[in-house]
Design a protein around this ligand. Structure first.
Ligand code: HEM
Length: 300
């Protein structure tokens, strides 16, 4: 199913590139959050439900829970209604080509394949879980990665050279191009190694553990699956993250396209090497404390 959502990732990444192109000063943090919100919304629930900036509103737990419940309830009702219309009109006449996650759960519920009853509350909880588990996490990795690359221009240039050599002449990088980008993959490992809530800065496992150095993952067999406990950004074992392949696809495609199409600098003449990549906000995921505000020039 991860493959079937390739079109969603490519369309939303292209929209992100156009948004960056048309902004004079780019709030990259907001835009990356919007990207992950929109991708996860379309994958979990079939379409985008809200656009633009994340809401900063604080609310009491009950109010938030009720609002989420009303929202998901409406999405479930919309899906059931569409399925009913498809049944009446015959399959194949439906508007959608790819089943989203909620469609799959509703099918499991209706044909008893699971072997146990699946209640509506369970379906609502799983859909929300998928959305919550994927959005903030992917956004956080993208934001930290861009911050580190901006600060370390030598790594940014190396990555841009790789991506631009592979993409030469194309308007957008496609998912098929990513396999050839070995440095991109090293960058995307180094970022969650350095900015992870877990143990990935242990000096007994890593040389210069506090340094951002993607090279450490070149010619290395360490992957995201958590086999070696020195590197477990997605957890490990039977409760390890089931979203690894999906998340890595979103991150690689977004990052490749951003660095392919743009060169960056900071507003008000601030120096890239002074960019703060240390200050963190506490929370379930550890965000950058301050948003990433940049100027982007299109690379011709
Ligand atoms: C960069 C992005 C992501 C990171 C860093 C991440 C990280 C994690 C971590 C550390 C865990 C806990 C593993 C453990 O307890 O050992 C986890 C669990 C989980 N993740 Fe992810 N995740 C990401 C993206 C996603 C996506 C895209 C999805 C789904 C679309 C997802 C769905 C889940 C679910 C359902 C669990 C719970 C698994 C269980 O308890 O059995 N995650 N993730």
């Amino acid at each position: 199913m991860v493959k079937s959502f390739r079109i969603v990732r490519e369309e939303e990444t292209a929209l992100l590139v156009e948004k960056i192109r048309s902004a004079s000063v780019v709030n990259l943090s907001d835009m990356l959050l919007s990207l992950t919100n929109n991708v996860l919304c379309r994958v979990a629930m079939g379409r985008k439900y809200w656009e633009g900036d994340a809401s900063n509103e604080e609310g009491v737990l009950e109010k938030v829970a009720r609002e989420f419940d009303e929202f998901i309830e409406a999405v479930v009702a919309e899906h059931i209604d569409r399925k009913r219309r498809e049944c009446n009109n015959g399959r194949g006449s439906g508007e959608k080509e790819v089943n989203d996650f909620l469609d799959v759960l509703l099918e499991l519920q209706s044909d008893d394949r699971a072997g146990f009853p699946i209640h509506r509350d369970t379906i609502k909880a799983l859909t929300l879980d998928m959305f919550a588990a994927g959005t903030d996490t992917i956004f956080t990795v993208l934001e930290w990665t861009m911050a580190e690359l901006l600060k370390h221009t030598e790594f940014m240039k190396k990555l841009q050279k790789e991506v631009r050599d592979v993409g030469r002449g194309k308007r957008y990088i496609a998912e098929d191009d990513l396999e050839k980008m070995h440095y991109l993959k090293a960058v995307i490992k180094e970022s969650p190694r350095l900015h992870t809530p877990a143990i990935a800065r242990d000096p007994s496992s890593w040389e210069d553990p506090e340094e951002f150095r993607p090279e450490r993952f070149l010619n290395s067999s360490i992957d995201f699956k958590g086999k070696g406990f020195e590197f477990i950004p997605f957890g490990a074992g039977r409760r390890g993250c089931p979203g690894i392949v999906f998340a890595v696809n979103v991150i690689e495609l977004a990052l490749a396209n951003i660095v392919y199409r743009f060169d960056f600098c900071l507003p008000d003449g601030a120096r890239l090497e002074d960019l703060d990549t240390m200050s963190e906000r506490t929370g379930t995921t550890i965000h950058k404390k301050n948003p990433l505000i940049v100027l982007a020039a299109e690379h011709l």
